[in-house]
Write a protein that binds this ligand. Structure first.
Ligand code: AMP
Length: 413
């Protein structure tokens, strides 16, 4: 079904055309008509499925043109500054033929521009909860005209401890409004929020909630702890990548890995929450425009960031929460592109890998890199009877990426 049959306004359809989208993605097909019809919607699609347009396009269509009203009629809440900035950009892209004012509000920057923009009046606010609350307390913004409320990445807002802030913000919005909530998982606290904040919502689940994007090939590289960085360097050398995100567990770890990569002549930038807003923006801009080929990041970058054409994701550290695995590898294989995801695993990581495999109901193939001088690790014993916990099954022997799966003959290299 084409975009033109979904009930969108002609000027919004022009914007979609200018973006070069040929057809709606599954979540757009399901969500757009519901939001246009005024229904509350819960979307549990994965990142990279086109969910921003799924809520932005119907909201833009319903808002129509700029209102003389100073207070916003649509409010989008995002967990991080980067996501807020990205969603604002998407709104501007889709709204290029529509006369609507859009304001982004997040912390870590001055109040001046935000105050100016709020003073002159805005139709749509895209915000992180903390700074929006500051504005509410200072009286620089009112939410009593909000008709559309979007709680995006709700489970991440929960993880980051924002739910009390979110509730305070929702309480300032009129009861008669339309609410959409997007969340990869629906833990009990989100269920409570849904019951409290939404009216008779329709749930849209696109694909299996827990499966990684089908366009991603993912494998695990087991290695001795002392060889992690050597393996990462070798992987970067042996893989034809255009742009790669390397995920680390800690900020300190991310800085250390970035330093080592820099020393080995990789064009690297770093993204984590100890960086200033300016540094974070510079890193993202440089990565997007190709100045940096490698982005080393903590999980703050894992969710939702739309960095186009990431050819590879490398988990330098195994994520501790299974959902983060999905979000991390969701950075590649977005929309129609295909991508590869590698996870470096040491003997310490067994239980986390097992948890991920249970979560996604898939065994992730173990592979070895050719021409890498492996030290022995007990991980190579995985197919033997009495193998260590964390290896629920046996990998098939298939070649991938110049590496190969563990097979019985090659277990002890
Ligand atoms: P999102 O899940 O909203 O972060 O979107 C992921 C990527 O898909 C973004 O780069 C969008 O520009 C792109 N996208 C969204 N909708 C479509 C569509 N209908 N056709 C092609 N690409 C799309």
């Amino acid at each position: 079904m084409p975009f033109s049959k979904l009930g969108l306004a002609p000027a919004v359809l022009e914007g979609v055309k200018a973006m070069g989208y040929a057809a709606p993605t599954p979540i757009q097909l399901r969500a757009i008509p519901l939001i246009v019809a005024g229904r509350d919607v819960i979307g549990s699609a994965q990142t990279g499925t086109g969910k921003t347009a799924a809520f932005a396009l119907p909201i833009l269509s319903k808002l129509g043109a700029h209102s003389a009203e100073k207070s916003p009629r649509a409010l989008i809440l995002e967990p991080t500054r980067e996501l807020a900035a990205q969603v604002e950009t998407s709104f501007r892209d889709y709204a290029r033929f529509v006369n609507l004012k859009i304001t982004v509000i997040f912390g870590g920057v001055g109040y001046g521009r935000q105050n100016d923009s709020l003073r002159t009046g805005t139709d749509i606010i895209v915000a992180t909860p903390g700074r929006l609350l500051d504005h509410l307390e200072q009286g620089t913004v009112k939410l009593d005209k909000v008709e559309f409320l979007v709680l995006d990445e709700a489970d991440r807002m929960l993880d980051m401890g924002f739910l009390p802030d979110v509730r305070r913000i929702v309480e300032r919005c009129p009861r008669a409004r339309h609410t959409a909530l997007f969340s990869a998982t629906i833990p009990p606290q989100i269920e409570t929020l849904i019951n409290w904040a939404m009216r008779n919502p329709e749930t849209i689940e696109i694909g299996a909630r827990r499966s990684p994007a089908e366009t991603v090939k993912h494998v695990i590289y087991p290695v001795a702890d002392s060889q992690k960085i050597d393996l990462l360097l070798k992987l970067l050398d042996s893989v034809k990548y255009e742009s790669v995100i390397v995920f680390c567990r800690t900020k300190h770890g991310a800085d250390r890995v970035a330093q080592l990569l820099k020393r080995n002549n990789h064009a690297v930038c770093v993204l984590h929450s100890n960086r200033t807003q300016r540094e974070r923006e510079q890193a993202l801009r440089g990565f997007r425009d190709g100045r940096f080929e490698v982005l080393v990041a903590t999980d703050i970058a894992a969710r939702g960031l739309d960095i186009a054409d990431v050819s590879h994701v490398i988990n330098y550290d195994v994520p501790q929460h299974p959902e983060d695995y999905i979000h991390r590898i969701g950075r590649t294989g977005r929309a129609e592109a295909t991508g590869d995801a590698f996870t470096i695993m040491t003997a310490e990581d067994g239980s986390h890998v097992f948890a991920i495999e249970r979560f996604i109901s898939q065994k992730i193939p173990r592979v070895k890199l050719e021409n890498f001088d492996y030290k022995y690790t007990a991980l190579f014993e995985e197919n033997k009877p009495g193998r260590p916990a964390g290896f629920p099954g046996r990998a098939r022997a298939v070649r991938v990426h110049g590496g190969y799966h563990f097979g019985p003959a090659r277990r002890r290299r």
